[in-house]
Design a protein. Structure first.
Length: 249
C-alpha cells in the first residue's frame, strides 16, 4: 500500500544519518511531508534532495538539539511552515559508554540533555497542537539499554530507561486526547552511534561485540516506526523491543 501518510506532517530529529535518515525516507515514501532536524547542514541538504524527489516538501532545520530551546524551536517552525504537526519522531541521541569511576561528567551531562531533556522539550512543544486537533503520534527512540543495564553503560542506560518511563507516563496523560505514544527499543544497530564513544576501551569492546553479530539496519527501525504510525487510529503500538537474532542481551 502506498500513500498511507498522505497529507500527514512529520518531524524527525537526528535526521542527518542512520535511523533518523532512514525514517525520514520511509515516511516520505508513504506520502508524508517531512521536516528534518540535526546539526550537520550538509547531510540534511543531501537528505532533503532525496525527500524532494519523493514529493515530501522537506523543511530543513539546522539545530543543536541538546538545547531545550532548539528542540522546541524545530517543532514550532515545523508547525508554522506546514500549519500542523502530526507525527513527531524523537530520534536524536548519543551513546557515551565508560565506567562510572572514569566517567567524563561533561559528556554524560550532554547525553542526558540530548537523550532525555531535548526529547521532553520537543514533545512538550508538540502537545498543544495535537490536543487541539485531537490527533497526533509521538514516537520515541529508546534502546534495549532502556530494558537491560550493562556495565560501562550506566548513564546511557539511565537516559534510555528514562525515555521508556517518560513515554509510558506521557501515553497515560494524553490517550484521552487521541494522541498515540510509541517507544521503540532497538538492540545493536549498524549506524554511526558508536563512533561518538570517547572512552577507547569501551568503544573497542562494543565494536568487537557488534562485529560478532548480524546487526539491525537503520531501515529495520524505520520500518518499525512506519508500522506504528500507519495503524488505524484506534490502535496504539505502545512499545517495541527488537534485537538482532544473534544478540543475547
Amino acid at each position: 500500500m502506498k500513500n498511507r501518510l498522505k497529507d500527514r506532517v512529520a518531524l524527525v530529529t537526528g535526521a542527518s544519518s542512520g535511523i533518523g535518515e532512514a525514517t525520514a525516507l520511509a515516511l516520505a515514501e508513504q506520502g508524508a511531508k517531512v521536516a528534518i532536524a540535526a546539526r550537520r547542514k550538509d547531510r540534511l541538504e543531501q537528505l532533503a534532495a532525496k525527500l524532494a524527489e519523493l514529493g515530501a516538501e522537506p523543511l530543513l532545520l539546522v539545530a543543536d538539539l541538546a538545547s531545550e530551546a532548539e528542540a522546541q524551536r524545530v517543532v514550532k517552525e515545523t508547525q508554522a511552515h506546514y500549519g500542523r504537526l502530526d507525527i513527531l519522531v524523537n530520534n536524536a541521541g548519543v551513546m557515551y559508554l565508560e565506567p562510572v569511576a572514569e566517567a567524563d561528567l561533561g559528556r554524560w551531562r550532554r547525553m542526558l540533555e540530548l537523550n532525555v531533556l531535548s526529547l521532553i522539550a520537543s514533545t512538550q512543544a508538540a502537545l498543544a497542537g495535537m490536543r487541539a486537533r485531537r490527533d497526533g503520534h509521538i514516537v520515541n527512540i529508546s534502546s534495549v539499554a532502556g530494558r537491560v543495564a550493562n556495565p560501562n553503560a550506566a548513564a546511557y542506560a539511565a537516559t534510555k530507561f528514562g525515555v521508556v518511563g517518560f513515554s509510558e507516563s506521557l501515553r497515560r496523560e494524553v490517550y484521552k486526547d487521541n494522541i498515540r505514544v510509541s517507544v521503540i527499543e532497538p538492540g545493536m544497530v549498524d549506524t554511526e552511534l558508536r563512533e561518538h564513544i570517547g572512552h577507547e576501551a569501551s568503544r573497542r569492546a562494543v565494536n568487537a561485540r557488534a562485529g560478532e553479530m548480524r546487526q539491525l539496519q537503520a531501515e529495520d527501525i524505520a520500518d518499525t516506526v512506519l508500522f506504528c504510525v500507519t495503524r488505524p487510529d484506534y490502535v496504539c503500538i505502545n512499545e517495541v523491543l527488537m534485537r538482532p537474532t544473534d544478540q543475547e542481551r
